[in-house]
Design a protein around this ligand. Structure first.
Ligand code: DLL
Length: 453
């Protein structure tokens, strides 16, 4: 009976997306936890059965571990299932993980791998609907609605950012401008001329747009722009502060990954105290990355996600490599779905220098703690006579770069000190000309590791 009620509530919410009837409070985000749990278990059992019956990799792994779909009797039983990793998708390229025949698949996307075979992901028509639904719920979390003018500056194409956000924004009933990434002058022109209220892009690209607007004599603070939907790469609280100080927007975080669906796995609400995971579709666990053991809520580890409803390509216990913790404290917004702490780092982003583990986000925090820097930086790792060196190239404001050698030296020292106090490493700080670090329209490339060259 309870399950039927939960399902009815969800169906109702889904039908009303994009209509005047839609109200975020009707979304499954607010289900009582016991009801949500019943729904999750029902979906988990069904998706595990589908994965076992249709994907040989899952069947083989489960057989090896002596576990079958009927063994999943409670949510805790998920820990009995094998993990899935990125290489599984590479090894089964092109379609070894598909659980639907090609004629039922309506869309493919691929993730931005650097080397080797891409990670290709598939969606049925229902999968695309659910993706739009979670995107609508994300946008509703930020307080957006019909009447908003949303510029989608994430890349369109194989990357999930553009089309994922686009479908959600359209389903919300907003006006959507699909500019995709690039052509920054035109981006600013559209922001200005069409009364854009929301921009969606990577945080690093938005910083670039802020500068571009300054160059064009456009005052971002005079625009109706009031929200930014930033994700696809780690960013810090300091970065949030920077963009909020230079514009009138509230900067919101959105999280997702191609393997699970794309953007819309989790989103901040207006309380901005972690990102709510749309748990009725994506079941989160946090594990110890060394041992694979499931950690209690609140403890930091690697996020593992299971898709509860995806038909074309179910993901069972996918190891994201993203480091976070699950927060269970009730949120003031009233949503009952759990939150993940914002993702500042990936376990594979980490680099080791002179034996010390460092994440790019630590460098960003150190830089942003010093006045006069802008959040454009690159970390260059080199090796000379067996010794690792870390150079941090940081852009400074045009005023500072002018000719005040003394001011530059002081700044250099301050940054070096800030980096030392956060990482324990002496870095060489190079203050570089404004605009000299390559800008990315998508994810920024922060680390150049030249040690193996
Ligand atoms: O980046 C999907 C996306 C598009 C998310 C637009 C948000 C907005 P992938 O290219 O497969 O998919 O990369 C996924 O990016 O595992 C994280 O390491 C990182 N990532 C995504 N969102 C965030 C975020 C898209 N908000 C990988 N904070 C993930 C930190 C993020 N890292």
């Amino acid at each position: 009976m309870k399950v039927v009620m939960a399902q009815e509530c969800i169906d109702d919410a889904r039908q009303s997306f994009g209509t005047a009837r839609f109200h975020p409070a009707s979304a499954p985000d607010f289900l009582p936890r016991p009801q949500l749990g019943i729904l999750q278990l029902q979906r988990l059992q069904s998706i595990v059965r589908r994965a076992y019956q249709r994907v040989s990799l899952y069947r083989q792994r489960m057989d090896e571990m002596g576990v079958c779909p009927e063994d999943i009797r409670s949510l805790a039983d998920i820990a009995r299932l094998p993990f899935t990793v990125k290489n599984d998708l590479r090894d089964t390229y092109p379609n070894g993980m598909f659980a639907s025949p090609m004629e039922e698949i309506v869309r493919l996307h691929a993730s931005s791998g650097t080397t080797g075979k891409p990670i290709v992901v598939a969606y049925t028509a229902d999968d695309v609907k659910i993706w739009s639904e979670v995107m609508v719920r994300s946008l509703a979390c930020y307080g957006l609605h019909r009447g908003d003018v949303i510029q989608v500056s994430y890349g369109y194409g194989l990357f999930t950012g553009g089309l994922g956000v686009h479908y959600g924004a359209e389903a919300l009933g907003a006006t959507v401008i699909p500019t995709s990434g690039g052509n920054s002058e035109r981006q600013i022109m559209f922001l200005k001329d069409f009364g854009v209220t929301v921009i969606c892009c990577t945080p690093s690209y938005f910083v670039h747009l802020v500068e571009k607007a300054q160059d064009m004599g456009v005052d971002m603070k005079q625009l109706p722009l009031r929200a930014g939907v930033f994700g696809a790469e780690p960013w810090t609280e300091a970065m949030r502060k920077y963009v909020q100080e230079h514009t009138n927007i509230r900067a919101f975080d959105i999280y997702g990954l191609s393997e699970i669906v794309g953007p819309g796995v989790a989103a901040e609400c207006e309380c901005q105290c972690g990102l709510h995971v749309f748990e009725d579709h994506f079941y989160p666990e946090v594990i110890n990355p060394e041992t694979g053991e499931v950690l209690p809520d609140g403890e930091e580890g690697e996020l593992v996600l299971t898709t509860l409803s995806k038909q074309a390509m179910p993901m069972i216990r996918y190891r994201t490599r993203d480091i976070t913790s699950l927060e269970t404290e009730p949120c003031a917004c009233g949503r009952t779905i759990r939150r993940i702490r914002r993702i500042g780092r990936r376990s594979d982003d980490m680099f080791i220098i002179r034996g010390v583990n460092i994440f790019p986000s630590q460098i960003e925090t150190a830089l942003m703690a010093v006045d006069g820097t802008v959040p454009h930086y690159q970390i260059v790792l080199t090796r000379a006579q067996g010794l690792d060196r870390m150079e941090i190239r940081v852009e400074v404001t045009p005023e500072l770069f002018s000719d005040k050698v003394g001011a530059m030296e002081t700044l250099q020292k301050k940054i070096a000190h800030s980096v030392l106090s956060i990482t324990g490493i002496h870095a060489q700080i190079s203050l570089v000309e404004p605009q000299s670090i390559p800008r990315s329209e998508g994810k920024a490339r922060r680390v150049l590791d030249q040690r193996n060259m």
